[in-house]
Ligand binder design. Structure first.
Ligand code: AMP
Length: 282
């Protein structure tokens, strides 16, 4: 595995690889890797000749009051895990080399970025789109892997990269969960032992809502009331959003349908957890 820190060197290396590789698969991350990230690497490995990963805690996607400063950093372990997973090239830029002095371009997506996390994290998706477009460009990526765990991000980036005519295919890897159903996340390590036990409330709420729907109840407000009750019983609050929206357009549903998804963001103590579940599968 080669490792590069300078954008220009990374781009040159990727161009050189591209001359004899049919496809370059790319997995962007913020590090502190877990099985969720590595599952995306495995998917890329199955499809592409060359697999590239990046580790960059992107300041543009954090609001001033968010956890940029204390975002967990575990580079040594991450490097070893990526190497073991068969990554060919790792890009680990510093903030100063990635966003050189004077950098002021921003990439914005319209309506898909407005609801859900867009509403509670102003500027977040602008930061995500700016970093991922630049990274995909540098990586000469043909295939991009994103996790279902951040479903809105997947939809926003799919739109963004398609609108800007990036010559790549965007793939979604399924959410990888702990044994009790908690979606793996770098932020789960902020949870103390008591909170970690209660965190299962997220998936319990989502599954209960889906079961109610599958038993025939299509009233979003009834499903949401059920989910809220479970989250509150597990000590969650505030609940930023718990909503049923169309999986493609992310527009709010007036009547729940199999093409919809449930989206949640809620605090457990100081830790903000997000998750989502399609209403269709079991
Ligand atoms: P992050 O490091 O949190 O920016 O995540 C990097 C990529 O890994 C994103 O595409 C995430 O959606 C994906 N990811 C994070 N957690 C999971 C998970 N539990 N299962 C699948 N993909 C995930």
């Amino acid at each position: 595995m080669i490792e590069l820190a300078q954008p220009k060197e990374f781009q040159d290396a990727m161009r050189a690889l591209k001359s004899h590789a049919r496809t370059i698969g790319f997995v962007p991350t913020m590090g502190c890797l877990h099985e969720g990230h590595l599952s995306l690497v495995h998917l890329a490995r199955q499809k592409c000749d060359v697999v590239v990963a990046s580790i960059f805690v992107n300041p543009l996607q954090f609001a001033p009051n968010e956890d940029l400063g204390k975002y967990p950093r575990t580079l040594e372990q991450d490097r070893a895990a990526l190497q073991a997973a068969g990554v060919d090239a790792l890009f680990v830029p510093s903030t100063e080399t990635f966003y050189v002095s004077g950098f002021e371009t921003r990439v914005n997506v319209g309506t898909l970025a407005e609801p859900l996390c867009g509403r509670f994290r102003p500027g977040h998706f602008e930061g995500v789109c700016t970093v991922v477009t630049k990274l995909c460009h540098l990586a000469c990526a043909d295939d991009l892997w994103l996790g279902e765990k951040d479903y809105q991000q997947y939809r926003v980036l799919q739109r963004c990269l398609s609108d800007l005519s990036f010559p790549l295919e965007v793939h979604m890897g399924p959410t990888v969960r702990e044994a009790d159903g908690l979606a793996m996340s770098s932020r789960n390590r902020y949870l103390n032992a008591a909170e970690r036990e209660k965190a299962v409330g997220v998936i319990r709420a989502l599954r209960a809502m889906r079961e109610k729907f599958q038993r025939g109840d299509t009233r979003p407000e009834v499903l949401v009331t059920e989910g809220r009750k479970i989250l509150e019983e597990h000590g969650f609050g505030p609940i930023q959003y718990l909503e049923i929206r169309d999986s493609k357009t992310l527009s709010a549903s007036t009547q729940a349908a199999v093409t919809d998804r449930i989206f949640v963001a809620a605090y457990l103590g100081k830790v903000r957890l997000i998750d989502n579940l399609p209403l269709s599968s079991s």
